[in-house]
Write a protein that binds this ligand. Structure first.
Ligand SMILES: [Zn+2]
Length: 333
């Protein structure tokens, strides 16, 4: 609070200030707090010795040089009389806002300046808008919390499904591994149980010419051996011997070049049983003929299969291998 003295003669002013935030106010006749403030700050003439013009009076007025954050107002409701103390019972109107703009000095900093009424209302509007915005943000936050909770539940469900899928994949891997082992075992057993038996031979190893005729039926010895897996065929005798019981396939070809000679006849034999046969008959049209035959037959262990040339018959062969004999195991039984 500043106390300003103005010389009534020369107008020289001086002031001194003191910091406090409470005022004791006389109750004004108008009956409002605003008027009480105005009365307290009303200038008055006081005795004063002017150092400038030796004047004897000055005008003194009080004013704010800074505004306190909290201003305490004390109302003087008691008045001293010669006969005692009198209480002033007049009612006093206290407005919702007090204007201090006329009570401030020129040196009141802007930070402590009184907010003009229009600006105050504008600030109130801004504050209301901020409150509304804050309320809206709180609602948005509530919605976001709910959404996050829902998303968390969905994520948890997805994680459960993923774990179930992973377990299923692991189980399928285990089953697959077991099936692979079983398949490998079956292959092993099949490989052991299924002997590899196959042969293919031709009659002529190096000679060119006829074989026969003989006076009796004679097994043919096929000398050229192309293959003989399992060694079931014996080139020394021309006989195939079954080492395992099973179903076998046999084929053979017969070639004749018998101009002016006897016919060609071959019998495919199983032991002493004739299975199939081929015949070539000479005529005047040509002298060379080829024929073939084959059979699928079940053999027991030790059964023999071979080709027998008929008595008084013959076949022709050379390095072209016209006469062949082949056989192989289809499957065991
Ligand atoms: Zn003066």
């Amino acid at each position: 609070m500043a106390s300003v003295l103005s010389c009534t003669s020369c107008g020289r002013t001086s002031s001194n200030s003191e910091d406090y935030n409470h005022l004791s106010l006389d109750i004004s006749p108008e009956g409002t707090l605003q008027d009480c403030l105005a009365l307290n700050f009303k200038s008055c003439v006081v005795d004063f010795r002017c150092p400038n013009c030796d004047g004897l009076q000055a005008s003194r007025r009080e004013q704010f040089h800074t505004l306190p954050r909290v201003l305490v107002l004390h109302l003087k409701r008691f008045r001293h009389r010669r006969w005692g103390v009198q209480k002033l019972k007049r009612s006093l109107l206290i407005p919702p806002k007090l204007s201090l703009s006329t009570l401030c000095g020129d040196d009141v900093p802007p930070l402590h300046s009184v907010i003009p009424e229009e600006q105050a209302f504008t600030n109130l509007d801004k504050l209301a808008a901020l409150k509304e915005r804050l309320g809206s943000m709180e609602q948005e936050q509530t919605v976001l919390k709910y959404s996050m909770g829902t998303m968390g539940q969905k994520l948890g469900a997805v994680e459960i499904k993923l774990q179930a899928s992973e377990s299923e994949v692991e189980m399928m891997k285990t089953v697959n591994t077991a099936q692979e082992k079983e398949l490998y075992s079956l292959k092993e057993r099949l490989s052991v149980a299924q002997p590899k038996i196959a042969f293919s031979v031709a009659l002529s190893d190096s000679f060119n010419g006829h074989t026969g005729p003989f006076s009796i039926d004679t097994p043919l010895k096929y000398l050229r051996v192309f293959s003989n897996s399992g060694s079931g065929y014996n080139p020394a005798t021309g006989i195939f011997t079954a080492m395992v019981r099973g179903m076998y396939c046999f084929r053979y070809t017969m070639y004749s070049n018998n101009s002016g000679r006897p016919n060609s006849v071959l019998y495919l034999m199983k032991n002493n049983e004739l299975l199939v046969t081929t015949w070539n008959t000479a005529n005047r049209m040509d002298v060379t003929d080829s024929s073939s035959n084959g059979v699928i037959v079940q053999l027991e262990v030790g059964d023999n299969v071979y080709l027998r040339l008929g008595a008084s018959r013959l076949v022709y062969d050379d390095s072209n291998h016209h006469n062949t004999f082949s056989g192989f195991l289809l499957f065991t039984v």
